[in-house]
Ligand binder design. Structure first.
Ligand SMILES: Nc1ncnc2c1ncn2[C@@H]1O[C@H](COP(=O)(O)OP(=O)(O)OP(=O)(O)O)[C@@H](O)[C@H]1O
Length: 884
C-alpha cells in the first residue's frame, strides 16, 4: 500500500487501513470536530458523544467511525483537515506524504477553520508580538516612531569561538540560520555589542519579522524576555517553566488539555527565545548553583530556568538568541554561533539619516555637518548616539533660528546634554512661542528645568547605587517627580515585569542616560563630602583587573566563576565618564548656573588629582615585555576608560602626563573594544607625546572614522597595526598621505580589512620610495590583480621593504608577471607571502623563473593557490617556493 491514486482506494478504505496510525497520532480533536460540524458532517449530538468518551484514543476511534459512516466526502474532508492544519497535526504530516495525499478539487473549495489551541496560541503570540514591537522608543511618550520607518541594518559580524571574524551577516534573516555555526552542539546564538549599538532593536526587529511571518523559520512560538526581568524575583521565589513562558509572555486560551505546553515540550525546535541584556544578570548568575538537570514540571528559581534553557537542559533544540555587552563572556560550549554588532557603516548612516529626515533640506544640512566631522560620524556609528544627535538636531533646529551641530570635538557628555536640553525644553515653563523661533540659550533651559533634572538625577543615582535599573512609582514620587515630569521623556514605563496588574514601574530611556543623570546628581550634590564624586571610580578599580588577551576568551569561557575579561560595571564606568565631562572646563559656564562655582572647583580639582594619580599608577603597574619591536606594554581595558575620561575632561595637563607616562616603545590595545570615537581620545593624549611610539590596535572596531581621528598622531608612529578594524580604501588613502609626509613607520599591519584596488593603488605610490617601512601586511583584504600590479610595480623601487604579506586576497595569474618583476628587481625583499590567492600553475611559473634571478629572497609562500599536488611537483627544484 502506498499512494492513494495508485492503489485506487476509497478514502474510507484509507481510514480503515491506517486506523492504527491515526488513533495513535491524532491529537487536537476539537479542531476536527469543529470543522466536521461546521460543514454538517456531524451533528451536535455526535460531538457530545465524542466528547463524553473517556480517552483520547477512543475519541479518535469514534470520530473515524462517524466519518466513515457519513461516506466518502466526509472521509476525504477529515483527511483534508489534517492536511490544512499542519501545525496541529504535525505527527501526521509524514503519513500524508506516505499516502501521497493531494486534495481533490471538490474538497479544496471547502473551508477549514483552524481552531486548534496550538495554532491559536501561535496566532495570539504573533498578534501580541506585532503590537509590542511595532514602535521604537521615542521622546517622552509623546511621539512614537514605527520600527519599520527607522530600523536600519547595522554591521553584524560573525565570529568564531576565539572571536576571529567569519565575515558579515547579510541580513537579519540569516541570524537563525546555520551559517557560521562553529559549535553545532551549542544551543545559543550569542549577539554582543557595545552600549547603544542596537542589540535590543535587533531583537525587536527579529520579533517583529516573526510576528509578520517575515522570518525564515518554521518556529511557531516565540518568547521574548529581557534579562533585567529575572532580577525582580526574590532569591527564594520558584516558578515553573510553564509559568515563565505563559505568565511572562502570553497565556494560551481555550487549552483545557494543556496541549500547547505539551506541544512545546515535544517540539522544542518549533520555539524561538530571545533574552536581551545578559550583562545585567551575569553577577546574579555567577552566584547561583546550577543543577545538572531541571525537569520542565519542577518549580525552581527563574534564573535556573534561564540557565537550563540556554544550556539546552530544558527544551533542547529550541532556538535561543542572547544579547550582551561586548566583553561579557558565556561558556563556549553553550554558544552555537556568535555575532558582534559593529554599528552603522557609512552607508547605513546615510540610510538612517534619510529615514530620519523627510525634508531634503534637513538631510543635506546634517550630512554636510557630519561630513565635516569624522569624530561626530564615529560617534554616530553607534545608533543610540546617532539617534540622540539627529533627534536633538531636529528639535533644536526647529525651535531655534541658528542651531548647528557642534563642529569640533563633541563629547559623549555633549550628546547627553543635548538630549537633556531637548527633554527639558518640553516642559511647559520653557515652551517656545509658536509664532517666533527663539534664540537658543541652553543654560537658561537647564536653569528652568533644574527641579525635575535634579529629581531625575537623584532617582538615577539611587538606582545606580542599588544596582537597579527599574524604579517604582513610590521611588519616583519620593524623589519629588510629578506626573507631568514623567512626560518629559527621561523615563518610560515598563510593563513586562508585572503580571499582577500592580502599579506601573519605570526605567530610564536607556541605561546610559541613567549613568549620565547619576553623574549629574554627583555634580549637583552639595550635601555630601566632595570626594563622594569618586565613589564609582573606587568601585570600578576594586574590580579585578582583567587581561584582554584574545586567548583569555577561550580559556575563561570554561571557568564560569572567572569569566570576566571585561568588567560588567560599564554603567558605572559611563557615570565616571559623564562626571569627567560635566566637570570639564568646557561645561563650566553651563554647570555654574546650576551649582555653586566654589563646589564645582573643588570637585574638579579632586577629579583631576584622582585621574592623574590613577593614570600614573596604571601605567606604572603594566607588565612590559621585550619583543622584536622593542619594549611593549599590553594595556588593560580599564586604560581605555581612563582615556575616555581624560578626553571628556579636556584637560591638557592630564593628557600630557599620560603621554609622558607611556615609557614603552609600543602599546598594545588589541582586543580592547576600541571604537572609532575612542580614537579621538587616544589622539588627544598622543598629541602630547614627544617620542616616537608604536601602536597596536588589532582586532577592534575603529573604522575609517577612527583612522581619520588618528591622523595627527601618525607622524609619531613607528608601528601601525590596525588589523581587523573595518577599514576601507578611504582609511588607506589617509594613511598613504601620512606615509608620504612622515617617514617614520617601520611596520604596517592592515590584515583583515576591506582594502581593495583603490587602496592598494594609493598605498603603492606612498611606498614607492619609502625609506623606513620594512614590514607590510595587506593580507585578508579584497585586492585583485589590478591592485597587486600597482603594488608590485611601486615596490620594485623600494629597497627597504623586507617582508610583504598579500595572503588571502583575490589576485589571479594576471598579477603574476608584475609580482615576478618585483621579485626580480627588489633584492631587499626577503619574504613574500602569497598564500590563498587564485594563482594557477602559469602564474607560479612566472614567480619561479624570477626567483632564479634573486638569490637574496629567502622564500615565496604560495600555499593554498589553485595547483594540484601533481602540478606543484613541477617546482620541486625551486626550494624557496613553498607550497606547504
Ligand atoms: N538598527 C537600528 N536602526 C535604527 N535605530 C537603532 C538601531 N539600533 C539602535 N537604534 C537606536 O538606538 C537606540 C538604542 O539601541 P538599543 O537599545 O538596541 O541598544 P543596545 O545595544 O541594546 O544597548 P544596551 O546594551 O545599552 O542595552 C534605540 O532605541 C534606537 O533609537
Amino acid at each position: 500500500m502506498g499512494q492513494i491514486e495508485e492503489a485506487n482506494m476509497s478514502y474510507g478504505d484509507v481510514l480503515t487501513y491506517h486506523r492504527e496510525v491515526l488513533v495513535s497520532r491524532l491529537r487536537s480533536i476539537q479542531c476536527i470536530l469543529d470543522n466536521l460540524s461546521a460543514c454538517g458532517f456531524v451533528c451536535e449530538e455526535d460531538v457530545e458523544i465524542v466528547q463524553q468518551t473517556a480517552t483520547k484514543t477512543d475519541q479518535v476511534r469514534k470520530i473515524l467511525d462517524l466519518v466513515q459512516c457519513k461516506g466518502e466526502e466526509a472521509c476525504e474532508y477529515f483527511i483534508y483537515i489534517i492536511y490544512k492544519v499542519c501545525d496541529a497535526y504535525i505527527d501526521l504530516q509524514p503519513w500524508l506524504k506516505e499516502i501521497n495525499y493531494n486534495p481533490s478539487n471538490d474538497v479544496a473549495v471547502m473551508e477549514v477553520v483552524n481552531t486548534d489551541p496550538i495554532s491559536r496560541y501561535s496566532e495570539k503570540l504573533r498578534h501580541e508580538m506585532s503590537r509590542d514591537t511595532c514602535f521604537i522608543m521615542s521622546y517622552g511618550q509623546r511621539e512614537e516612531t514605527r520600527l519599520e520607518e527607522l530600523y536600519t541594518d547595522t554591521l553584524m559580524e560573525l565570529l568564531n569561538d576565539c572571536n576571529e571574524s567569519l565575515g558579515f551577516l547579510e541580513s537579519l534573516d540569516q541570524l537563525l540560520g546555520d551559517n557560521a555555526v562553529f559549535n553545532p552542539e551549542g544551543e545559543t546564538i550569542f549577539v554582543m555589542g557595545d552600549a547603544g549599538v542596537g542589540k535590543s532593536i535587533l531583537l525587536q526587529k527579529l520579533q517583529n519579522l516573526w510576528s509578520k511571518k517575515g522570518l525564515q523559520t518554521d518556529a511557531i512560538f516565540f518568547f521574548k524576555f529581557r534579562c533585567r526581568m529575572f532580577r525582580i524575583f526574590k532569591d527564594t521565589e520558584q516558578i515553573s517553566l510553564r509559568d515563565l513562558l505563559f505568565k511572562y509572555n502570553c497565556y494560551p486560551d481555550h487549552d483545557p488539555d494543556n496541549e500547547v505546553f505539551d506541544y512545546i515540550l515535544r517540539f522544542p525546535e518549533k520555539v524561538v527565545f530571545t533574552f536581551d541584556g545578559y550583562d545585567e544578570i551575569q553577577e546574579d548568575l555567577d552566584m547561583i548553583n546550577v543543577p545538572e538537570v531541571v525537569s520542565p514540571e519542577d518549580k525552581t528559581h527563574p534564573l535556573q530556568l534561564l540557565i537550563s534553557l540556554l544550556c539546552g537542559k530544558l527544551l533542547k533544540g529550541s532556538q535561543k538568541v542572547l544579547t550582551a555587552r561586548t566583553g561579557v563572556e558565556l561558556q563556549s560550549r553553550v554558544i552555537r554561533k556568535k555575532v558582534a554588532l559593529r554599528g552603522f557603516s557609512p552607508a547605513h548612516l546615510k540610510t538612517y539619516i534619510n529615514l530620519h529626515f523627510k525634508e531634503q533640506e534637513h538631510r543635506e544640512l546634517v550630512s554636510v555637518q557630519l561630513d565635516a566631522s569624522p569624530h561626530l560620524c564615529g560617534l554616530c556609528s553607534t545608533p543610540l548616539f546617532c539617534w540622540i544627535v539627529l533627534k536633538s538636531f531636529r528639535h533644536l533646529h526647529t525651535m531655534h533660528d541658528s542651531f548647528y551641530l557642534p563642529e569640533t570635538c563633541i563629547t559623549l557628555t555633549d550628546i547627553f546634554l543635548l538630549l537633556s536640553e531637548v527633554f527639558l525644553s518640553h516642559s511647559a515653563s520653557s515652551a517656545p512661542s509658536l509664532l517666533k523661533k527663539s534664540t537658543r540659550c541652553a543654560s537658561e533651559t537647564f536653569r528652568r528645568g533644574l527641579r525635575p533634572l535634579a529629581a531625575f538625577a537623584k532617582l538615577a543615582l539611587q538606582g545606580m547605587e542599588r544596582g537597579s535599573f527599574i524604579c517604582s512609582q513610590e521611588e519616583i514620587t519620593e524623589c519629588g517627580l510629578t506626573e507631568e515630569d514623567l512626560t518629559l521623556g527621561f523615563l518610560r514605563p515598563v510593563s513586562e515585569y508585572d503580571t499582577s496588574g500592580g502599579p506601573a514601574t519605570f526605567e530610564f530611556l536607556h541605561i546610559t542616560l541613567q549613568s549620565f543623570l547619576a553623574a549629574f546628581a554627583l555634580v549637583l550634590d552639595q550635601q555630601d563630602a566632595a570626594n563622594s564624586i569618586l565613589k564609582f571610580f573606587t568601585e570600578c578599580s576594586r574590580k579585578r583587573q582583567p587581561s584582554c588577551l584574545p586567548f583569555d576568551f577561550c580559556i575563561n569561557a570554561s571557568k564560569p566563576s572567572e569569566k570576566k575579561p571585561f568588567d560588567t560595571y560599564e554603567h558605572l564606568q559611563f557615570t565616571n565618564l559623564f562626571l569627567s565631562g560635566l566637570l570639564s572646563k568646557a561645561h563650566a559656564s553651563l554647570i555654574e548656573h546650576l551649582v555653586s562655582p566654589v563646589f564645582l572647583k573643588k570637585k574638579r580639582a579632586l577629579l583631576k588629582s584622582y585621574l592623574s594619580t590613577s593614570v600614573k599608577s596604571h601605567l606604572h603597574g603594566l607588565p612590559s615585555y621585550n619583543g622584536e619591536e622593542g619594549k611593549k606594554v599590553h594595556v588593560l581595558p580599564n586604560f581605555l576608560w581612563m582615556l575616555r575620561c581624560i578626553f571628556e575632561t579636556g584637560s591638557k595637563d592630564i593628557a600630557q602626563m599620560t603621554a609622558k607616562g607611556i615609557t614603552a616603545g609600543l602599546i598594545k590595545l588589541g582586543y580592547c573594544n576600541v571604537f572609532s570615537g575612542d580614537c579621538t581620545a587616544l589622539n588627544f593624549v598622543l598629541q602630547h607625546r614627544q617620542k616616537l611610539l608604536g601602536l597596536d590596535m588589532d582586532n577592534n572596531n575603529i573604522s575609517d572614522y577612527g583612522v581619520k581621528q588618528l591622523r595627527p598622531s601618525f607622524c609619531k608612529m613607528t608601528v601601525v597595526r590596525l588589523c581587523v578594524n573595518q577599514l576601507s580604501d578611504s582609511s588607506i588613502e589617509v594613511l598613504a598621505e601620512e606615509l608620504c609626509k612622515h617617514k617614520v613607520v617601520e611596520v604596517l599591519g592592515m590584515w583583515g580589512n576591506g582594502i581593495g584596488d583603490e587602496g592598494a593603488d594609493a598605498f603603492a605610490e606612498a611606498l614607492r620610495h619609502h625609506p623606513s617601512l620594512t614590514n607590510l601586511s595587506l593580507s585578508a583584504n579584497v585586492i585583485t590583480s589590478k591592485g597587486g600590479k600597482c603594488l608590485a610595480e611601486a615596490l620594485k623601487e623600494n629597497s627597504v621593504l623586507r617582508i610583504f604579506w598579500l595572503v588571502q586576497n583575490e589576485m589571479t595569474d594576471d598579477a603574476a608577471p608584475h609580482l615576478a618583476e618585483l621579485v626580480r628587481a627588489n633584492t631587499g625583499l626577503s619574504h613574500l607571502w602569497l598564500i590563498n590567492n587564485q594563482f594557477t600553475v602559469d602564474g607560479i611559473k612566472h614567480l619561479a623563473e624570477a626567483l632564479a634571478h634573486n638569490t637574496a629572497l629567502k622564500e615565496i609562500c604560495v600555499k593554498g593557490n589553485q595547483l594540484s599536488e601533481e602540478e606543484q611537483k613541477e617546482f620541486v627544484a625551486e626550494k624557496r617556493l613553498r607550497f606547504h
